[in-house]
Design a protein around this ligand. Structure first.
Ligand code: SAM
Ligand code: SF4
Length: 341
């Protein structure tokens, strides 16, 4: 019997973001402090078998069709391609493959992009916030810009399509790189997406005036390029296509860019996402203040029905949307890297 993961606003949940580790090889200033993060113990992390059981149960019995692996940095989890293989082998009751993707900082992709592709990963989002080496070092506290750029090339060469490059823009830091990013996207044939800075940094330094709003990003882009909006679908990004069809006119991934305006134009009304943290806490929203502990259900002998009931119960509690910028907004106690961004 199938259960619909539906909330009281009628949103049906089909997409699960899974953090496979809370650890990371970078220390992006807007995400983690340089030192002092407390890491989960190995036995506290869900095993690959536990993660796959959650996914399979929700696919078989609750309409899940889409899975994104994230972290922390997912590629620092040992033997990641094995997990990809296990999830990629699953089929929906209608016999379809899952939409299986991953978000990564890209630093190790030159080494593992081929293995991930062979294991069945379909799509890759690579996070990169600046194209300037000094800024990169300041932002990530690592000197890895070249490796990330090589990682983007490796992802394209491995056949991932589309490859998306996500840039979080922050006033006074990288707000002036919109056009450089768009040029890079066109040249490398990848879809660039700008993300508004959200109050999910571990240090709690977010403020509204650091956000580069959607409208400003579009204004900067339109000074250099001609483009038109395209159908958004279920994507959180407002999408645009260049009038010239991209650098070679072929209309590939580099012929498009997007803006994810989570702060100034939230898309909560069409959100179909749930998030599973590395230690098995399921949240119905990035900004949720509560969660349900699936690890306990898994490790105390819960049945598949118990798992579905736990997830359905949490989804049912989902609020209409986050309230960033309003007086009643409460910051979640966990940062993006701990939640599974
Ligand atoms: N380590 C991987 C990476 O960086 O792509 C995956 C995890 S990371 C937490 C997922 C995404 O969250 C990245 O694109 C990152 O830029 C974004 N992110 C982290 N902190 C953020 C914040 N405070 N506001 C907006 N996006 C944030
Ligand atoms: Fe690591 Fe990603 Fe957070 Fe940067 S944004 S510190 S790469 S988890």
């Amino acid at each position: 019997m199938s259960t619909e993961l539906i909330d009281t606003f009628g949103r049906v949940h089909k997409d699960l973001r899974i953090s496979v580790t809370d650890r990371c090889n970078f220390r992006c200033a807007y995400c983690m402090p340089e030192e002092g993060m407390e890491w989960l113990n190995r036995h506290d992390l869900l095993s690959f078998e536990e993660i796959t059981r959650v996914v399979k149960t929700l696919v078989d019995q609750a309409g899940l069709t889409s899975v994104r692996l994230t972290g922390g940095e997912p590629t620092v989890r040992a033997r990641l391609p094995l997990l990809v293989e296990q999830i990629a082998a699953l089929r929906t009751p209608a016999g379809d493959k899952l939409d299986l993707s991953m978000t990564t900082n890209g630093a190790t992709l030159a080494l593992i992009a081929d293995d991930l592709k062979a294991a069945g990963l379909e799509r890759l989002n690579i996070s990169l916030d600046t194209l300037d080496r000094d800024r990169f070092i300041e932002l990530t506290r690592r000197d890895e810009l070249t490796r990330v750029l090589e990682g983007i090339d490796a992802a394209v060469a491995a056949g991932f399509s589309p490859v998306k490059v996500n840039a979080v823009l922050m006033n006074g830091i990288n707000h002036d790189e919109v056009v450089d990013f768009l040029k890079m996207g066109r040249e490398k044939n990848v879809t660039v997406r700008f993300i508004e800075f959200m109050p999910l940094d571990a240090q709690g330094e977010w403020s509204n005036d650091r956000v580069v709003p959607y409208a400003e990003i579009l204004a900067a882009a339109s000074e250099h390029f001609e483009f038109e909006p395209i159908e958004r679908g279920s994507s959180p990004a407002e999408r645009f296509r260049y009038a010239d069809g991209g650098i070679d006119g072929s209309g590939g991934p580099g012929a498009e860019f997007g803006v994810i305006a989570s702060v100034t134009e939230p898309f909560c009304g069409s959100c179909d996402r749930m998030r599973l943290s590395a230690e098995g806490q399921l949240r119905n929203c990035l900004f949720a203040l509560g969660h349900v502990d699936l690890r306990t259900v898994l490790r105390e002998g819960g049945s598949d029905q118990d798992l579905v009931a736990a997830v359905a119960g949490e989804v049912h509690k989902k609020w209409a949307g986050h309230a960033i910028g309003q007086v009643h907004f409460i910051r979640p106690s966990k940062s993006m890297s701990q939640l599974g961004g």
